[in-house]
Design a protein around this ligand. Structure first.
Ligand code: 5RP
Length: 293
């Protein structure tokens, strides 16, 4: 118990040594509050500044997507290899053990499905995100879509609610059927998310001009994988995105639809965190895949 008397006199004042004013390693995040920074540091490795998020929230708009029919069988074995999970509250409660201590990027907006018109969404209660111990809140933003204003309002409302609890927000740039995924559009959609308060932006990689998308987005960008590609192509996309300024991937189908998802997530990590080339990543993929067979 602390005593008022008889304590050793204080003596280590570090006189002459300026106090270390710690900076912060993620772009656009230096002025955030401690709780926000702590949560972002769970998502983005402080050692590399990067992340490999495993996205398996597809069911909320697509139903039982290939590879996600039985998430208890296909996703649970991948959990140990992911830096962060991007999922719905349903999937979180149903298949993710509460003893899993890595960060959760919680799908926070929902509404329509692929059967109607995407982006007609609302957002959840912030109390639910706090109950679920979310480290980040993911909100769809449909710039240029019919529901643009609604989705931007969803984003700003989530940023307001998240700020009250120190929870950062991931703006997810939705791409509708009618919108072109070129650098001009992706840069605009990403910037709209950041300007409206998103702490991290998720967008797509594009072959021409992605470095401009990343450069003009003042917060970290992670890329979605999109539709399933041959493994080497998916690894090349990750490599190119990182080289051109992305801070990681939030990848789903190119991991859980791979021939060997456990090998694939490790190959993606080697590219993202260890700076391996896509070809080295593929070598690792094949080695791990053959070990398992
Ligand atoms: C769905 C999403 C997905 O999480 C996102 O598309 C990532 O998955 P994939 O790599 O399969 O594209 O945001 O709304």
């Amino acid at each position: 118990m602390a005593e008022a008397q008889g304590n050793i006199d204080s003596k280590d004042f570090g006189l002459g040594i300026p106090q270390n004013n710690q900076g912060y390693y993620l772009k656009g995040s230096a002025h955030l509050e401690w709780g926000m920074k702590d949560r972002l540091a769970r998502v983005f490795s402080p050692a590399t500044g990067k992340t490999v998020m495993l996205a398996f929230d597809h069911g909320y708009i697509m139903g039982p997507t290939s590879g996600l029919e039985r998430m208890d069988l296909t996703i649970v074995p991948l959990l140990a290899h992911a830096d962060c999970l991007m999922c719905t509250r349903g999937a979180l409660r149903q298949i993710v053990p509460p003893t899993f201590t890595k960060p959760i990027s919680l799908r926070f907006s929902a509404g329509s499905t692929v059967l109607t018109e995407l982006n007609d969404e609302c957002v959840m209660d912030i109390e639910e995100a706090v109950r679920l111990n979310a480290s980040m809140l993911a909100v769809m933003v449909g710039v240029g879509s019919k529901h643009e204003a609604l989705t931007v309002r969803n984003l700003t409302a989530t940023v307001d609610a998240g700020s009250r609890h120190g929870i950062p927000v991931l703006g997810v740039t939705a791409v509708g059927k009618e919108l072109v995924r070129d650098a001009r559009y992706l840069a605009m959609a990403s910037r709209v998310c950041a300007e409206n308060g998103a702490h991290v932006v998720k967008t797509y990689y594009c072959d021409e001009g992605f470095e401009k998308v990343a450069a003009t987005c003042p917060v970290p960008i992670v890329i979605a994988g999109g539709k399933k590609l041959p493994e080497l192509d998916a690894l090349k996309m990750a490599r190119n995105a990182i080289d051109q300024g992305a801070c990681g991937v939030d990848m789903g189908r190119n991991i859980f639809q791979a021939d060997n998802p456990i090998a694939m997530i490790q190959a993606v990590k080697a590219v993202v965190h260890d700076n391996e080339s896509a070809e080295k990543g593929l070598e690792l993929y094949n080695t791990l895949k053959n070990e398992k067979e």
